[in-house]
Design a protein around this ligand. Structure first.
Ligand code: DGP
Length: 120
């Protein structure tokens, strides 16, 4: 599947749609999810055009990959999540329930989260 330049996170990266930014650097933008599922619910997206985690794993440079995960460390620290923990999720494709076709990592925390999969 090719990358859709008109997906909502591409528009956020271009500044066409506003967001509540938590963190930004050369590699990532992190912002609050519009429909939070926990007291803390932040999305981290790479600035490059990647459809999902599989696409990013396959095509991103080592520099982009290092940049992404270094930023995650900074973000969870700044959100104060390290001591009590948090959950990260990359929904991918149809079975994964991915709605927006630009790779994103959910960071969820701020309370004890329930079962990993809600329906199980
Ligand atoms: P996923 O189902 O993994 O593709 O998650 C997409 C998430 O993106 C979902 O939790 C809601 C969030 N979302 C969708 N549109 C917007 C938006 O315009 N702004 C923000 N901040 N979040 C959005």
């Amino acid at each position: 599947m090719g990358y859709d330049n008109d997906n909502i996170f591409a528009k956020i990266l271009r500044g066409d749609i506003p967001n509540k930014t938590v963190y930004e650097d050369d590699f990532v933008l992190a912002f609050h999810d519009v429909s939070p599922q926990a007291p803390v619910h932040v999305l981290v997206i790479p600035k490059g055009a990647y459809v999902d985690i599989a696409d990013f794993s396959a095509r991103a440079s080592h520099t982009e990959k290092a940049g992404f995960f270094s930023a995650v460390n900074t973000i969870v620290s700044e959100l104060g999540l390290n001591e009590q923990g948090f959950r990260t999720i990359f929904n991918t494709g149809d079975h994964g329930g991915q709605e927006v076709p630009h790779m994103h990592m959910h960071i969820l925390g701020g309370e004890k989260l329930g079962a990993m999969l809600g329906h199980k």
